[in-house]
Design a protein around this ligand. Structure first.
Ligand SMILES: *Cc1c(COP(=O)(O)O)cnc(C)c1O
Length: 395
């Protein structure tokens, strides 16, 4: 297998997240085709949902995405430092103090407050292109529809160029709430018409996240902002199979220690898990400091060993977890264990973890920490063997 060759100590670590950039390209291509003629903006915030922002951005751009988006100025700086010159949209209004740096990095600010407009104008002079955001129902950030015309007027007065107008959908992934989504799109349309009445026609309108892009064609406008779909996961269980996506990330490790008990035993902190006599217990060098939830065993979490599902045995510890390999043939030190991904004909997805844990795949993926080396596959399919890979660790 391609080994972590990064900075110590990760180069010795017998655990890694393999990121299949071929899968990312496939998923981007699928979305590009689905939403055309709308453009695809690849959302690579939170280090590309844990996949590596720079690597995912490169793959996404090569597969037809034309814009990137991040949450923070700092995240935009990482992309620029890697030599990425594509447009980068900031999804949150930068703090006024960060505006000069955002402009220097040629990041496109989203604005939704008068203070943001003032700061952008001061930092960018006349030539700065910005996107305005209107709140149509998510009620997180964005200008109230009633405040939008005044905001646009002050931006225009400050000679800012309004390149885009956008909003964010709160429940596009839930078919039971399609009426709420439709109401948001109606409010968005009213907001842009109110701007048009003042002669402001932002050339790029956008509203859809992955769920909006997939399930609400009316939400596609000129561009969609896709995150989770690019990483190969449906935005919600309700949307499973709506488009053909391939999970890009798998989480793997090598068995560090093996033992077989002659009598019944209890294992790990709190002695919460009972192992039957004759069973083999494997130690796997990944823990909650790496993003494997401490309570994964309690919710029935499993891993793949030798193509077989085996329960996580007891409390996941900070650096290691135990696996109950049962009374079967067993595994040996150095064997590969799959926490997320495929092995043989079995597959455990981040969506399965999410369902067990009462969360969403997003949180599972973002939770895989910087201590886990990322191994990149640039080829077309999953699986590590025999492929050239680039490695990055300890970002
Ligand atoms: C994170 C984010 C997205 C991407 O959402 P997905 O559901 O991952 O496609 C789009 N727009 C905004 C404003 C976001 O914060």
């Amino acid at each position: 297998m391609p080994r972590a060759e990064g900075v110590a100590p990760a180069r010795w670590r017998e655990a890694w997240a393999a990121v299949d950039l071929g899968a990312v390209r496939h998923n981007v291509g699928t979305m590009v085709e689905l939403v055309a003629p709308a453009a695809v903006c690849a959302v690579v915030k939170a280090d590309g949902y844990g996949h590596g922002a720079v690597e995912v951005a490169g793959a996404a751009l090569s597969a037809g995405a034309t814009v990137l988006a991040v949450a923070l100025v700092e995240e935009g700086a990482v992309l620029r430092a890697a030599g990425i010159t594509a447009p980068v949209l900031l999804l949150s209004e930068p703090p006024p103090a960060a505006m000069a740096e955002a402009v220097a990095l040629a990041l496109t600010p989203t604005l939704y407050t008068p203070a943001g407009v003032v700061a952008a104008a001061a930092a960018g002079g006349g030539a700065l292109g910005v996107h305005l955001k209107v709140d149509t129902g998510m009620h997180r950030v964005g200008a109230a529809p009633t405040d939008l015309p005044a905001l646009a007027r002050s931006a225009a007065a400050a000679a800012l160029r309004i390149d885009g107008l956008w909003t964010h959908l709160a429940a596009a992934d839930d078919p039971a709430q399609d009426e709420a989504t439709a109401a948001q799109l109606e409010r968005f349309d009213r907001a842009r018409h109110a701007l048009a009445a003042e002669g402001v026609r932002p050339p790029v309108l956008h509203a859809a996240n992955s769920a909006g892009a997939i399930a609400h064609p009316a939400a596609r406008y000129d561009m969609v902002r896709c995150g989770i779909a690019l990483y190969g996961h449906p935005p919600s269980a309700a949307m499973e199979g709506a488009v053909t996506l391939r999970p890009a990330l798998s989480l793997r490790a090598r068995v560090a220690m093996v033992r077989r008990f002659a009598v019944d035993e209890r294992v790990s902190y709190g002695r919460r898990y009972a192992v039957a006599a004759g069973s083999q217990v494997l130690t796997v060098p990944l823990g909650y400091a790496d993003g494997v939830p401490r309570r994964l065993s309690e919710v029935g979490g499993e891993v793949l060993v030798g193509g077989r599902r085996c329960p996580v045995a007891g409390t996941v510890t900070m650096d290691q977890l135990l696996v109950d390999a049962g009374r079967g043939p067993g595994a040996a030190v150095g064997d590969e264990v799959v926490l997320i991904g495929r092995q043989g004909t079995e597959e455990i997805t981040a969506d399965e973890w999410a369902e067990r844990l009462g969360t969403i795949s997003y949180e599972v993926l973002c939770g895989i920490g910087p201590r886990v080396p990322r191994v990149y596959e640039r080829g077309g399919d999953a699986g590590l063997s025999g492929r050239a890979a680039a490695v990055r660790s300890f970002r």
